[in-house]
Design a protein around this ligand. Structure first.
Ligand code: DOR
Length: 440
């Protein structure tokens, strides 16, 4: 795509650092950033995109996206998910392996990578930790790592056996890859459909206790200490998890973590009307959990914001609350929801950093791991890849299901007012979103 990339000037925005944030125009040529300077002369024939009043940030990187292909193309395809991602300002997404079949061998990973080659953002692949995500035998991690896969997870479920997880960490350490855990002790969570607390009692729904997450997190931290492996914790949701993680970081363990916009913005009380759109794993938690997560993000205990974009088509999701599958859409609304939830806690620039630089480093696609010309997650300097988003932090908008790029409709934010909108997204130097409209 870069060969055909036009010359583009992003004019009049405020470029998010590092290096230092500054007012500057950004010029892109042949797929790369060639200049970041105030008041550039527009080259003849260039496409000019207005960034007045906007922040110009590296393309966002989502560590946690369910693209559903292969196996559930009625919910999402790699193409539709990538378009939704671009509308949300993302230039890269990490496809989770809980597809059908799961991504637990080179051929399945290759299929997703091939389908992701010519879509609106880069599609990275996470491999399964265990064969069939059954939690028993390890997947061929060496073969997958040889293809460039750097993150492994059985997401959708946690690896229940401590012995299997220990082996995966030891093996992963040797391969130099990161193991990512969905922390959920299945025996503690069994039967639960929402957070175990005051609201589950009131609503008469079975609860999933915070301990189901914290018990597995505590176990895995002990295993990281023992093995010296690198581990990432997916969608952490409780105050207790934050405390465990803070202690692990103070000790110097090689761990990172993410939080979703919905766990920052929504509480278990939202389940009051039994609307299945609010059913998600881990479940929406209490106000003190959400506050602890926001603080942890501000203090750097949690590194990154990730969507856990989980499309489910209406025929699957529109069921009584306790029968509906867990999961909600996230890509198109993530930035607006995060900006709203973190207002007064983090500046818009800091929110953007936690959606670009931080996840790029965890996914190992940032400049420390890739040549600048194809790195994801910034920084926006001459020579960098032409992945960026232009965000109007003051724009208010109402997500509208009929305008969503996703094939599914299960967003709890449809019809709400969000503040902060992606105006343009560029991928490999090509505008894939202009004025909040997908171009491909
Ligand atoms: O709510 C969720 N939905 N949480 C997960 O971990 C998996 C996801 C899905 O795949 O639908």
């Amino acid at each position: 795509m870069a060969e055909g990339a036009p010359t583009v000037v992003i004019r009049g925005g405020h470029v998010v650092g590092p290096p230092a944030s500054r007012r500057a125009d950004v010029v892109l040529e042949a797929g790369r950033v060639v200049a970041v300077e105030a008041d550039v002369a527009v080259p003849a024939g260039a496409t000019v995109l207005d960034a007045g009043g906007c922040l110009v940030a590296p393309g966002l990187v989502d560590l946690h996206t369910h693209l559903r292909q292969p196996g559930h193309e009625e919910a999402e395809t790699i193409e539709s998910g990538a378009r939704a991602a671009a509308l949300g300002g993302f230039s890269a997404v990490m496809a989770m392996p809980n597809t059908d079949p799961p991504i637990d061998c080179a051929a399945d990973a290759e299929e997703v990578l091939t389908l992701g080659r010519d879509v609106a953002c880069e599609v990275l692949v996470a491999g399964a930790i265990t064969l069939g995500r059954r939690g028993e035998e390890l997947a061929p991690m060496r073969e997958l790592a040889a293809m460039g896969i750097r993150l492994f997870t059985d997401d959708g479920a946690g690896v229940q056996s401590g012995a299997v997880m220990r082996r995966a960490l030891e093996y992963g350490r040797g391969l130099g890859v990161t193991l990512a855990q969905h922390c959920e002790d299945a025996s503690l969570a069994a039967g639960g459909v929402m957070h175990d607390g005051e609201w589950s009692s009131r609503l008469g729904l079975p609860g999933m206790p915070a301990a189901a997450e914290e018990a597995m997190l505590a176990r895995d931290l002990a295993l990281v200490r023992q093995t010296g492996a690198t581990m990432h914790f997916l969608h952490l949701s409780t105050k207790g998890s934050v405390a465990l993680l803070a202690a692990a970081r103070a000790e110097g363990l090689a761990v990172t973590a993410e939080v979703t916009p919905h766990h920052l913005a929504l509480l278990d009380a939202a389940v009051e009307g039994y609307d299945p759109v609010f059913r998600v794993n881990p479940p929406l938690r209490s106000a003190s959990d959400a506050e602890a997560l926001s603080r942890a993000l501000a203090e750097g205990i949690i590194d990154a914001i990730a969507t856990d974009h989980a499309p489910h088509p209406p025929e699957a999701k529109d069921l009584p609350f306790d029968q509906a599958p867990p999961g909600m859409l996230g890509l198109e609304t993530a930035l607006g929801v995060a900006l709203g939830a973190l207002e007064g806690v983090l500046s818009p620039e800091e929110v953007l950093a936690r959606m670009s630089f931080a996840p790029g480093a965890i996914a190992r696609v940032g400049p420390a791991d890739r040549p600048a010309a194809c790195a994801q997650g910034g920084p926006l300097v001459p020579g960098a890849a032409g992945h960026l988003c232009v965000v109007d932090p003051a724009a208010t908008w109402t997500p509208d299901a009929s305008r969503s790029a996703s094939k599914s409709r299960n967003s709890p934010f449809t019809g709400t007012t969000l503040r902060g909108r992606v105006r343009h997204t560029l991928y490999r130097g090509v505008p894939v979103v202009i004025d909040a409209e997908a171009q491909r």
